[in-house]
Design a protein around this ligand. Structure first.
Ligand SMILES: Cc1cc2nc3c(=O)[nH]c(=O)nc-3n(C[C@H](O)[C@H](O)[C@H](O)COP(=O)(O)OP(=O)(O)OC[C@H]3O[C@@H](n4cnc5c(N)ncnc54)[C@H](O)[C@@H]3O)c2cc1C
Length: 354
């Protein structure tokens, strides 16, 4: 369930509700309508059933077959696929739009380069293939590991830390790179090691591969084996020097991350944000705390509620300016008023506000 009304300024009152089943265990109930099948399954879970008791569908119920698919190649001479044409794993961690945007950004950069060089070969677009397949692979591992770990709470307690740590490091890398990068080429170069989770930080991938191998191998029905696996995973985490206290608390039994993830201890010189050499080097490079904070504050101001509201009101005026601009251009081109009307109905944001 994904609520779109989960913050005070939300304008969308809806929730997105979906149910995903493993068709090997729950074959489609074609004798029931999609709605009936949904509620017959939900009926087994009184808490969820109660939560949905007053829900009303705002669009027709749909049911679809298996969602997963994947291609082995992403690019060829004179063609390239965007991420969702390459594959789909699972909506579990809501990574779809991130993958989509990353794929578009890299593809756009390569297309601009190809436009200059005239080289639209598969080799010229290879970085898109590398990135997309890496993201797909990590997504597959994380989703498969999570599904398996759900079979026993002890497994999930440790595996959830891998997922959260991976997501946190990725977010950190994306955020700080935005502050550090000097231009588009620099930005993409700094993000070139990303794999969807882990922020491109090599020690994370070592840890993740070991933990995923253990989760792959464990028999979820064997309590003693589960205990051994969990103990091994805990040892692996304890050798990872950059685990902040919020994650250590999860390993110690807490079942949620704090609301405010900014802690003074993140600034510790030994184990905090700016701690060990390779961590600092990877995420912060030679950027000073002062320069990052200054840039972060200017971004905060630029995207603050106040600034965005102001921008919206300015956009309205720009829309009119754009109309005038379009009118002038069209008059110069000798276009009819009928054409002008259809041109001005396109979104103002897409037209250069000169
Ligand atoms: C069940 C589910 C839940 C998801 N939940 C999340 C989430 O919570 N968070 C998140 O970030 N992402 C989520 N995603 C992923 C997200 O929807 C995708 O990342 C995103 O929609 C991909 O954008 P796109 O423009 O590349 O492709 P699409 O949104 O699929 O757009 C492709 C468009 O092309 C059209 N099209 C296809 N073939 C043709 C043709 N031959 N001619 C003309 N038009 C054509 C299609 O009809 C479609 O409108 C979810 C996906 C699914 C399936």
């Amino acid at each position: 369930m994904i609520p779109f009304n989960n913050h005070p300024r939300a304008t969308n009152p809806l929730c997105s509700v979906g149910l995903q089943l493993d068709p090997r265990i729950y074959p489609a109930r074609l004798d029931l309508s999609p709605e009936e099948e949904f509620y017959s399954f939900i009926h087994q879970f009184p808490d969820i059933e109660k939560q949905l008791s007053g829900a009303q569908a705002t669009r027709a119920w749909t049911r679809t077959d298996r969602l997963q698919y994947s291609a082995q190649h992403v690019v060829g001479d004179r063609f390239a696929l965007l991420a969702h044409a390459v594959g789909f794993i699972d909506p579990l961690y809501s990574k779809g739009l991130y993958v989509t945007h990353m794929s578009i950004m890299v593809a756009a950069d390569l297309i601009l380069k190809a436009h200059e060089t005239g080289d639209y070969s598969a080799a010229a677009f290879a970085p898109l293939e590398t990135l997309t397949l890496r993201y797909m692979h990590m997504h597959d591992q994380l989703v498969a590991g999570s599904f398996k770990a759900w079979s026993h709470y002890k497994l999930w307690q440790v595996y959830s830390v891998l997922w959260l740590l991976g997501a946190y490091l990725e977010y950190l890398k994306l955020t700080v790179t935005r502050l550090r990068a000097t231009n588009r080429a620099d930005y993409l170069a700094q993000l070139s090691e990303l794999q969807l989770a882990g922020g491109g930080f090599a020690p994370f991938f070592v840890l993740q591969e070991k933990i995923d191998a253990l989760i792959d191998a464990v028999n979820p029905d064997d309590e003693a084996e589960i205990d051994r696996t969990v103990a091994e995973i805990r040892t692996i985490f304890s050798s990872f020097n950059w685990l902040s206290s919020a994650f250590r608390d999860l390993l110690a039994g807490k079942n949620h991350l704090p609301n405010n993830k900014l802690r003074v201890n993140l600034l510790n010189q030994t184990d905090g944000f700016f701690g060990d050499g390779i961590y600092r080097e990877h995420f912060f490079g030679d950027a000073s705390t002062f320069s990052l904070v200054k840039k972060a504050l200017s971004e905060q101001a630029r995207y603050s509620v106040f600034a965005l509201d102001r921008q919206r009101s300015t956009h309205a005026r720009l829309a009119m300016q754009t109309t005038r601009h379009t009118d002038t251009t069209e008059r110069a081109n000798g276009h009819s008023s009928q054409n002008r009307e259809s041109t001005t109905s396109s979104p103002a944001g897409l037209v250069s506000p000169q």
